[in-house]
Write a protein of this length. Structure first.
Ligand SMILES: [Zn+2]
Length: 291
């Protein structure tokens, strides 16, 4: 319960993403330091006798530990291949005894999104993985009807999965661009967004880095509002009526002077904006110009 309370305080402070260091340092409880993660994914601090406290994903696969087709659950792989390995057994015991846990999702190395409380609700020894469901904090205090549990948890878990995808996209794009706006190079993560090149509602609007751009809030809104477009050769084209306007420094430096410049792209080729997607986006920008 102290760990859940600590997490809530972090969330209240606006710390949505937690660093590995913060989780390793953990918090002070009854004169002792309680860690929240360990070297292994299934983690039990020494202050707890039997049950694990947290489960943590790795970034080895794109989202290997998260989605299932129904969207109702998170998936969590066994440690190793032996279902009877002690860590797997202990995690299974939390299912039997309905013990709440914390789920840490690694978005980029060293950065985690936390969800709690989560419950292990299924076990698949053939696929070597558990099924995990997210619940709200109220569930820690009141035992409720089981059928309500399933509906509420299904809803909550779908929301969480959406958060995971958004945050993973944001963290991966910002990391690829070294936390800079690709138009103006502003270097404050709080003022940056991961923008989609092809919108996510679209069929090819995948949440992958090559469909993303790190943009500051102003340039994100301006890009989405078609104040400027980006050609497949990475050159910026500002709308003619914006170029003709007269106003203060934000318009001048922020919008007019970027015309004809090239966006800054990641050094790693695979992370650079996909020219085909840029072209599609640029076509819709040109269409708006001609109307
Ligand atoms: Zn910018």
């Amino acid at each position: 319960m102290a760990a859940f309370a600590w997490l809530r305080r972090e969330w209240d402070r606006g710390n949505d993403t937690l660093s590995r260091t913060a989780l390793e340092q953990g918090f002070e409880h009854r004169g002792q330091r309680v860690r929240l993660v360990g070297p292994q994914g299934i983690f039990k601090p020494r202050q707890i006798k039997h049950y694990p406290l947290s489960i943590t994903t790795t970034t080895t696969g794109p989202y290997t530990d998260s989605p299932d087709p129904s969207g109702q659950y998170l998936l969590y792989s066994y440690r190793g291949n032996d279902p009877d390995f002690h860590e797997n057994r202990r995690l299974r015991d939390t299912m039997r005894d309905k013990v709440p846990l914390i789920y840490f999702f690694c978005t980029v190395p060293g950065q985690y999104l936390a969800f709690a409380p989560v419950y292990v609700v299924g076990d698949d020894p053939r696929a070597l993985r558990f099924t995990v469901s997210v619940d709200d904090f109220v569930s820690l205090e009141y035992a409720r009807d089981d059928s309500d549990d399933a509906i509420r948890r299904g809803y909550k878990t779908r929301q969480v999965r959406q958060r995971i995808h958004q945050q993973a996209f944001r963290d991966r794009v910002l990391k690829a661009y070294r936390e800079r706006c690709s138009v103006c190079r502003l270097k404050h993560a709080r003022l940056l967004d991961a923008a989609h090149i092809v919108p996510d509602a679209d069929e090819s609007g995948d949440p992958i880095v090559s469909n993303g751009l790190s943009l500051c809030k102003i340039h994100h809104a301006a890009f989405d509002g078609a104040y400027f477009g980006i050609r497949p050769d990475y050159r910026i084209v500002v709308r003619p009526d914006i170029l003709a306007e007269e106003d203060g420094p934000m318009l001048k430096h922020g919008l007019q002077e970027i015309n004809g410049t090239k966006i800054v792209v990641p050094g790693q080729v695979g992370s650079r904006p996909d020219p085909e997607r840029l072209e599609r986006r640029y076509e819709s920008f040109s269409e708006q110009l001609n109307h």
